[in-house]
Design a protein around this ligand. Structure first.
Ligand SMILES: [Ca+2]
Length: 69
């Protein structure tokens, strides 16, 4: 299993203060791989698609907006 990438890789590291609420409800994107979501203090909600290598969840992909404030 590879090392998971940090949320927001390629831009800047996402700190816990940026997303005080993080979670997963399973597969948001419909590809069968669990995804993450985070609510920022400004009430925007961002998602990160899970990336899998075979059956191992290995990373998160590029952030996408779920809801604007
Ligand atoms: Ca997914």
């Amino acid at each position: 299993m590879g090392r998971p990438r940090r949320a927001g890789r390629g831009r800047r590291r996402a700190d816990a203060a940026d997303y005080p609420v993080l979670g997963s409800v399973g597969d948001i994107s419909g590809d069968g791989v669990p995804d993450l979501w985070g609510r920022a203090s400004d009430d925007t909600v961002t998602g990160w698609p899970g990336v899998a290598d075979g059956t191992d969840w290995t990373a998160v992909g590029a952030a996408f907006t779920i809801a604007d404030a």
